[in-house]
Design a protein around this ligand. Structure first.
Ligand code: NAD
Length: 367
């Protein structure tokens, strides 16, 4: 009888998943494929030590399946640390659906996706992310209870984006307190890149506080809409990263702080909603530190959304959601101080605390 044993050395060479950088000891990765509905999705379950892996589903027209895999691995890992640092009893997971949300998303496709989620028996709980709306979560709810972010009329906590924006605003104010000795954002020049669900709500907070807000988006329609509503200025240049600004708020997609942009960025503070803003969290975190740019870690300040959906599982009310989200201010300030005192990047200071909490629970669980 011949056995098909692969030599460990060869396996490493041919390991495109376990060997790639964004793979960080993920517990499970599920590839979902359905010919009838055209569903191609990947669910990444990074870590379930603190609880079920909760994280949104993103629908995006990825250039390649590798890009989709890389995205889900980075996002699900980020969720682990986001929930850990926020003190929630949740693990980290995320899903991506490959396709154009505007033209390819159908109720059948969403239900089929929901069935895949259901097959994991609650180990992964989904929610909305880019390309998803509350109604899509309602559709998923028809086939599985393992979904959050459903409509308030159906017993859910509703759209998490305004809460996320409020948390980002709190994190931004804490960063301002750290940098300028005052958290008042009046007259500060803030660039909000991406004015979708979260970006728009953030613009509203900033305008109410008297900040000078400049907005950038790939959608001209959104720009006009948000400009007319709040009186923000539409960015007219062609390289936002070269502009002088007090605060840069990335609220579109991740990895905008990368090799090409990092030495151009001319801001005092970076504080935004996008997940995985640092293309390389070690090197880019260090360069920001060296350049004196205060970076409010994304997974810390954009946790409002997860706090909101967690309320659906734990049955806490709106007042508690707001209290927990407001606390992002204190946690951010604490982490910025800790990073400075220990000469760490702010990203690492936050990551260390999250990892410590997971490790403590892991030890308790194995006792
Ligand atoms: P959204 O899809 O509503 O908005 C994204 C916006 O970014 C859109 O208006 C889009 O046109 C714009 N955009 C895309 N590419 C761009 C580019 N290259 N330059 C400028 N604009 C661009 O998404 P959202 O729900 O507002 O989320 C924004 C970010 O925040 C995402 O990275 C998401 O993962 C993250 N986030 C969202 C939540 C939440 O509660 N919605 C929670 C945590 C993190």
């Amino acid at each position: 009888m011949t056995t098909n044993v692969i030599d460990a050395k060869d396996f490493k060479k041919m390991a495109p998943v376990f060997g790639q950088l964004s793979f960080d000891e993920h517990e499970q990765i599920v590839f979902c494929n359905d010919k009838d509905t055209g569903l191609k999705a990947i669910i990444g379950i990074h870590n379930t030590v603190l609880g079920p892996a909760l994280g949104g589903t993103r629908m995006w027209n990825y250039e390649s399946e590798w890009d989709a895999l890389n995205d889900v691995l980075r996002l699900s890992r980020g969720m682990t640390f986001k929930s850990a640092i926020t003190g929630l009893n949740l693990g980290g997971g995320k899903a991506v659906i490959i396709g154009d949300a505007k033209t390819q998303k159908t109720p059948e496709l969403m239900k089929r996706f929901g069935q895949f989620v259901h097959s994991l028996s609650g180990k992964y709980i989904t929610a909305e992310d880019v390309g998803m709306a509350t109604e899509d979560m309602d559709t998923v709810r028809e086939v599985t209870p393992y979904v959050t972010g459903i409509s308030e009329s159906k017993g859910g906590a509703g759209n998490p984006s305004p809460i996320t924006a409020y948390g980002v605003f709190m994190g931004m104010k804490a960063a301002a307190q750290f940098k300028y000795g005052s958290d008042i954002l009046e007259d500060k020049n803030v660039f909000v890149q991406g004015i979708g669900n979260v970006g728009e709500a953030l613009v509203e907070h900033l305008v109410n506080e008297g900040a000078n807000v400049t907005i950038a988006d790939i959608s001209q329609e959104r720009l006009e809409e948000v400009k007319n509503k709040y009186g923000a200025t539409i960015y007219g240049g062609n390289d936002i990263y070269s502009e002088r600004m007090d605060i840069y708020a990335p609220c579109a997609l991740g990895a905008t702080i990368n090799d090409e942009t990092i030495y151009k960025i001319n801001a005092d503070i970076i504080a935004g909603a996008a997940n995985n803003q640092l293309a390389d969290e070690v090197n880019h975190g260090r360069i920001l530190q060296e350049r004196g740019i205060v970076y409010a870690p994304d997974f810390l300040i954009n946790a409002g959304g997860i706090i909101n959906v967690y309320a659906e599982l734990e049955n806490y009310d709106r007042a508690e959601i707001m209290r927990k989200t407001e606390n992002i201010y204190n946690t951010t300030l604490e982490i910025l101080d800790r990073a400075k005192a220990n000469n760490l990047t702010t990203h690492n200071a936050a990551l260390n605390i999250a990892k410590e909490r997971i490790e403590t629970r892991r030890r308790e669980n194995t006792k």
